[in-house]
Design a protein around this ligand. Structure first.
Ligand SMILES: Cc1cc2nc3c(=O)[nH]c(=O)nc-3n(C[C@H](O)[C@H](O)[C@H](O)COP(=O)(O)OP(=O)(O)OC[C@H]3O[C@@H](n4cnc5c(N)ncnc54)[C@H](O)[C@@H]3O)c2cc1C
Length: 416
């Protein structure tokens, strides 16, 4: 059957490949080339170890630090909070320990498949050179924070059948070229590291084309109901199909509004910049001192920032500047690379699950978006889940996971 996927980020491209693998004739449409937006700018980690999605800090001290602007992990501008208040309150409630444990028990059914679902795509795309199976470090400057994190890592390892190792400051000094000694680090070895995230999505899209898939430029806003399905206008003319998937990442809620659905999404802005002269790390390092991830990539060391709660269009350079200052205590970063500062939004839903399933009230209209911190990891996996749903087959995760991914689950989306 013919299918259209709108949005060629990691999620849309993963979905297109999964539908194609089931024998469908798929057209993947984006206003730009594949992998140019959020899936371009991320930290490139494929995190099958990320069993527990990022919870909102709830400890009074952490909240005080965020409120006073002392935290660089979470940064906000107060004028942008009212617009996201409802979604943030939902996120806060879902971050309560008991609720977060329930969410994680389902979420990990998705993340544990991640590298398994990427593996055949990496092979089909001949993209092995972009992937290293080396894991990453979470570094701590404060010994008490390291001890607490080590205790938590032991619990997570036991609960979800993962591996980890704890290194002290001396170990880390041997492992990485740091100019200041850390208290230590936790190594999560099962994570895969991509040296050019945009190039991986582009390679997946090329593999999709090589198997007969069509990649076209077009505007998703031209999506229209037709007698036998849906049409979209593209550079190559109007394309039609009985089923269409919206995989527009942070832009999906705005399109859904036109179909009568209002989505409570939190846009967590993140920045990145490359530093071609910085020392070469062997593995990515999360500097918990400032919430920055440092990843060795093809363009030099990439620094990605934590979450900035700001409006879609607005850039606020403070978070990146503070991260650069803090990381500068660990290593000389050197000058920013010629590409300058990149900014994008992590599309987060208040209960931390993406929305992967049908749009109620619109036969043949499906969504796959809202992957928050883990869309680069989970695109191929939720693609497989959605493709099974579209075919009316049983998806390879438990029924409660499918319920957790529904668009019309409580507190996420409502009819307007
Ligand atoms: C700083 C940062 C670091 C991150 N690090 C990681 C990480 O290490 N690991 C991880 O798993 N995740 C990470 N993430 C999250 C991850 O990048 C996202 O969850 C993921 O890229 C979302 O993919 P997507 O395909 O849904 O969206 P996108 O990649 O944004 O794709 C959406 C596509 O829709 C297209 N589009 C939008 N509107 C239209 C329109 N009107 N018409 C046609 N096309 C349109 C866009 O051009 C775009 O190509 C990070 C995010 C950030 C910001």
């Amino acid at each position: 059957m013919e299918m259209i996927v709108l949005g060629a980020g990691m999620v849309g491209t993963g979905t297109a490949l999964a539908l194609q693998a089931r024998g469908h004739e798929v057209t993947l449409i984006d206003r730009a080339a594949p992998g140019q937006e959020t899936s371009f700018g991320n930290a490139g980690l494929i995190q099958s170890e990320a069993a527990e999605p990022y919870a909102m800090p709830r400890h009074p001290r952490a909240l005080r630090d965020i409120a006073l602007g002392r935290s660089n992990d979470v940064h906000y501008a107060s004028r942008h909070l009212p617009g996201q208040a409802g979604a943030l309150w939902g996120y806060f409630r879902n971050s309560a320990p008991k609720r977060h444990a329930q969410i994680s028990a389902l979420y990990h059914q998705l993340t544990r498949r991640a590298t398994r679902d990427h593996a055949p795509l990496v092979e089909a795309a001949g993209a092995q050179a972009l992937i290293r199976e080396i894991g990453y470090h979470i570094g701590f400057r404060d010994p008490r924070a390291l001890a607490l994190a080590a205790r938590d890592a032991a619990r997570v390892t036991q609960d979800y059948g993962l591996d980890h190792a704890v290194y002290d400051g001396e170990d880390m000094a041997r492992r990485e070229p740091l100019s200041r000694r850390l208290a230590g680090a936790i190594h999560w070895p099962q994570t895969w590291v991509c040296s050019d995230p945009g190039a991986l999505v582009a390679a997946y899209a090329t593999a999709f084309q090589a198997r007969g898939g069509q990649v076209l430029r077009g505007n998703a806003e031209t999506l229209t109901r037709a007698p036998n399905g849906w049409t979209v206008r593209t550079e190559a003319g109007t394309v039609s199909a009985p089923h269409v998937v919206l995989a527009l990442g942070p832009w999906t809620p705005s399109l859904l509004r036109g179909f009568g659905w209002r989505v409570a999404m939190i846009g967590k802005r993140g920045y990145h910049c490359h530093y071609p002269d910085a020392p070469v790390l062997r593995r990515p390092l999360l500097d918990t001192g400032c919430g920055a991830m440092l990843v060795p990539m093809q363009g030099g060391l990439r620094l990605t920032t934590g979450a900035g709660l700001t409006a879609q269009a607005e850039h606020d350079p403070r978070q990146l500047r503070r991260a650069e200052h803090s990381v500068g205590e660990l290593m000389p970063l050197g000058a920013r690379g010629p590409a300058g500062v990149w900014a994008g939004l992590r599309p987060c839903l208040p209960d931390m699950f993406p929305a992967t399933g049908p749009v109620p009230g619109h036969a043949g209209l499906w969504v796959n978006f809202g992957h928050g911190h883990h869309g680069f990891t989970l695109g191929p996996t939720t693609g497989v889940v959605l493709a099974a749903q579209i075919d009316g087959d049983t998806p390879p995760v438990e029924a409660p996971v499918i319920a957790a991914l529904a668009l019309d689950r409580g507190g996420i989306a409502r009819r307007s």
